[in-house]
Write a protein that binds this ligand. Structure first.
Ligand code: GLU
Length: 424
């Protein structure tokens, strides 16, 4: 396809991510026996707000940023999902991500629909104060459509508890009352939950243990490659290392390291910068794409979309692929891996630990009573073990791949809710 003047390859890629999400939703609803009109409703977010955010930069000039907030469907309850700060954010990406959030919440039975936000910016080149002004400006721009019982944001790529704190403060000022339940992923002293920061990685570890059990690979001694060394990837490296797995490969945004004997994870964690970069310290690097096809038992893409495609899926040597990132495998990639007998734990299941603990945080904010980290861990484990087996059994009984099974499980309740409400 020829790209028009304004379209970048990244925009095209995001359009593909969106249309492949629609394709799986269509097939899943068909398996569930819903008529076409349900697909017509769920194939796009109910609402998408595009905003322009003027920010006074430190040098005195004003820069105008573009941001989005997509709300997929609120038939089940308020919408929920993170906000990413990234130069490649597009409308289609935010739309697809909001739909994935619906499916994550459906699989784990949280009383939410999916939402997602994003701002086109590069936080790596912005100062602390510029980021604060951007975060506050975004909340002012979207304040009409969000709220503790409407749409609850959270962290995502390149946003963290500091960004959540600024956003919560701005929202509370606009509404003129303290609103901790407006946003999750906050610092502990502002109503954050114990265990939220490492929850995505903890969730991945829980489902990985179940998957390893099904395939018959003991986690102790298993060789693992993790692509991505941000929030999810770095905590994962630590958790899996503690479980006795051998981390033979890691990758960050710049490159990758591989050692069949195992990498020194404590050293790498110690030396990574706040954006997760560490491979720049080494001369002997692979590319972050090459690492995917190196020998290992378990491969964990924990970075960005479209990493496992028809170009490299056949060369992947892992027996289990656990998707800690959102959307790392294309549909063709999924098909090739499934036909090779690789067990895929899809993103909408594997990366749902973050939103599950976000839900716990929101419950604690609503009741004003806080849980210990043991209580959080116990509830997370129970929920994710059940969710894994629900998806795995659906894939076995319906004889479909794990991704389709996850969508079938994740969409059922939302589709039923739209019927009960009389929308379709
Ligand atoms: N951004 C995370 C995700 O993609 C977490 C969302 C949340 O906690 O609401 O699942």
């Amino acid at each position: 396809m020829v790209l028009s003047v304004k379209e970048t390859p990244k925009m095209q890629e995001n359009m593909d991510v969106f249309s492949r999400t629609q394709a799986v939703i269509k097939t899943a609803l068909h398996h569930l026996g819903f008529e076409d009109v349900v697909y017509e409703l769920l194939k796009e977010p109910l609402r998408l707000l595009t905003v322009r955010i003027p920010v006074r930069m430190d040098d005195g000039t004003v820069k105008v940023f573009t941001g989005y907030r997509a709300q997929h469907n609120d038939a089940v309850g308020p919408t929920k999902g993170g906000i990413r700060f990234h130069p490649d954010v597009t409308e289609d990406e935010v739309k697809a991500l909001s739909m994935w959030m619906s499916i994550k919440c459906g699989i784990t039975n949280l009383p939410y629909g999916g939402g997602k936000g994003g701002i086109q910016c590069d936080p790596r080149t912005m100062s602390f104060r510029e980021l604060e002004r951007l975060s506050r400006g975004y909340v002012r721009a979207i304040s009409q459509i969000v709220g503790p019982n409407k749409d609850i944001p959270a962290p995502d790529v390149f946003t963290n508890s500091q960004v959540m704190a600024w956003m919560m403060d701005e929202y509370s000022r606009i509404r003129e009352f303290d609103s901790p339940g407006f946003i999750t992923g906050k610092p502990l002293v502002l109503g954050g939950s114990a265990g939220r920061e490492s929850s995505t990685a903890k969730g991945v570890t829980i489902v990985l243990k179940e998957a390893a059990d099904v395939v018959g690979i003991p986690l102790k001694g298993a060789k693992v490659i993790i692509q991505g060394f941000g929030n999810a990837g770095s905590f994962l490296a630590k958790f899996l290392h503690d479980e006795g797995a051998t981390i033979v490969g890691i990758a960050d945004a710049v490159g990758a390291l591989y050692n069949p004997e195992g990498l020194d994870i404590d050293y790498l964690l110690d030396r990574r910068d706040s954006f997760g970069t560490v491979t720049t310290l080494f001369e002997d690097r692979l590319s972050n794409k090459e690492i995917l096809t190196m020998p290992c038992d378990i491969l964990i893409p924990a970075a960005i979309e479209n990493q496992i495609t028809e170009e490299n899926a056949a060369d992947i040597q892992a027996k289990i692929v656990v998707e800690a990132a959102n959307g790392p495998t294309t549909l063709k990639g999924t098909e090739i891996l499934t036909n090779k007998g690789v067990l895929i734990v899809p993103d909408v299941l594997a990366s749902s630990g973050g939103v599950v603990v976000s839900y716990f945080e929101w419950v604690q904010n609503n009741q004003g009573y806080y849980w210990s980290s043991e209580e959080v861990d116990e509830r997370l484990e129970k929920l994710l073990v059940e969710s894994f087996h629900n998806v795995y059994e659906t894939s076995q009984t319906k004889e479909v791949d794990m991704r389709l099974a996850a969508y079938i499980v994740g969409l059922r309740r939302m589709a039923e809710a739209t019927r009960w409400r009389g929308w379709v």
